[in-house]
Design a binder for this molecule. Structure first.
Ligand code: FAD
Length: 416
């Protein structure tokens, strides 16, 4: 149980940390809550960075909080404050600029950092990761000076870059190691539908290959050559080759760490007064009875809401169906619940149509629906979520579930 004088420190002001900090105050108006932010901005919408990059919204539309709003909500926000260490014996967090913040309860909501690109030419001005608001501003500046671009990586960030580059009218080449986009999630038919959508937009996609050199002149890129002997013009290069989760702080105080920080279903780590939430939490997922880790906005926000209550002494179990919804070259991609990306042993049922550019896969575990991926407008989302959450075995013909999603052979208008 917490007492009124408890001090709460939250590390990381992404959506998980900010939501948690605000809900700590909302549920306990006298709580002393400090939010330590490595970046120089209050909460902004990471999910909106791709549309900002495309030029469809302004920076102000991406921002979600101001310092004033945060203060009015009773959260002490420390921007540009990188946590460099934790002394658990003294229950204190230390920052790189030499300050110390004592805590009674601590939340690690630190997310992750992109794996660096290790290639000749990767240090040229004009080669970018895509994770933060500052990355996006750098990308936009360079897009405005460029005519051609290469996106590297066959996962979500590689796709977002390829789509944004082509949306801005750059001659775009998308290079991935695998034989299709999201090769661990989509099967060959799903990959084919994405390939068609990309080519409809004029994107040149190179599969089963990888960059071996970024060539430059006067310190900026000019082209990318591949191991397979291809070459693509590139005034700029963006890459997304996965995240490394910030687990160092957790390890330094002896917490159990796997791919990310291990928690139970209440988002408690292996130390009773230390919690983890958002991308960095590898939590016990009662939907599948094993540990799970998500990289979605919804999941991080829900974690934030729930962990605040548990830090205040409740014991609420995390049970949500996370959803990742994004554009897909003018169409939509929706990923719900569990997928073979993290759990390769799931069974699947597939329906697709290359003419309408639609694709659906439903994933099952022990006879229950646990997840889905849909290319095309997502209809029947609520029903699918109910079925996943309900954890009841699906009786009869599992393919009948496709009826919930509307006809596969009717095309939908694509966005510009
Ligand atoms: C370009 C892009 C597009 C995306 N699109 C989608 C989408 O369409 N749909 C979707 O569901 N999800 C999307 N995501 C993923 C989604 O944004 C993340 O899952 C979500 O933002 C994770 O939130 P978080 O709070 O857990 O972590 P983060 O948002 O990563 O926040 C963690 C914060 O902690 C800070 N931090 C780390 N270590 C320290 C330290 N030692 N001291 C101080 N601060 C520290 C970091 O600087 C960071 O600001 C996208 C992500 C990106 C980058």
């Amino acid at each position: 149980m917490t007492v009124d004088s408890d001090r709460f420190v939250v590390i990381g002001n992404g959506v998980a940390g900010t939501t948690a900090a605000e809900h700590l105050r909302k549920n306990s108006p006298s709580a002393d809550v400090t939010l330590l932010a490595g970046e120089p901005y209050p909460l902004y919408n990471r999910v909106a960075l791709p549309i900002f990059l495309k030029g469809r919204v302004q920076e102000r539309n991406v921002m979600m909080r101001t310092r004033e709003v945060q203060e009015a909500r009773g959260v002490k926000l420390e921007l540009d404050t990188w946590v460099s260490g934790i002394c658990h014996e003294e229950q204190t967090v230390m920052t790189a600029d030499g300050r110390a913040f004592p805590y009674d309860r601590l939340l690690l909501a630190t997310g992750g950092v992109p794996h660096p690109l290790r290639l000749p030419g990767a240090n040229l001005h004009g080669v970018y990761q895509f994770q933060t608001l500052d990355d996006t501003k750098d990308l936009i500046t360079r897009c405005e000076e460029s005519e051609s671009a290469v996106a590297l990586g066959g996962s979500y960030i590689g796709y977002e870059l390829a789509e944004a580059f082509s949306h801005r009218g750059l001659q775009t080449t998308w290079i991935m190691r695998g034989d299709r986009f999201l090769r661990r999630l989509l099967d060959e038919d799903g990959g084919r539908v994405v390939d068609l959508l990309a080519r409809d937009r004029g994107v040149d996609v190179i599969y089963n290959d990888w960059a071996d050199d970024i060539h430059g002149e006067n310190g900026v890129p000019t082209s990318v050559s591949t191991m397979g002997g291809r070459s693509a013009p590139a005034d700029m290069v963006g890459y997304g080759i996965g995240l490394r989760y910030y687990t160092e702080l957790a390890e330094s105080i002896g917490l159990e760490v796997g791919k990310a920080i291990i928690t139970d279903e209440y988002l408690r780590t292996t130390r009773p007064n230390v919690f983890a939430a958002g991308d960095v939490a590898e939590f016990y997922d009662v939907i599948i009875n094993r540990h799970n880790q998500m990289g979605t906005w919804d999941n991080a926000a829900s974690h934030g809401r729930l962990v605040a209550q548990n830090m205040l002494g409740k014991e609420l179990v995390y049970i949500e169906v996370p959803t990742y919804v994004t554009t897909m070259f003018g169409s939509r991609l929706s990923v719900l619940g569990l997928t073979p990306e993290s759990h390769p042993d799931l069974e699947r049922e597939v329906q697709f149509n290359t003419v309408t550019r639609k694709y659906r896969a439903l994933f099952f575990h022990e006879g229950k629906l646990v997840g889905a991926v849909i290319i095309g407008v997502l209809k029947g989302r609520r029903k699918l979520e109910e079925l996943i959450k309900g954890r009841h075995p699906i009786e009869g013909d599992r393919r009948a579930l496709f009826d919930l999603l509307g006809p596969i052979d009717v095309a939908e208008p694509h966005e510009e």
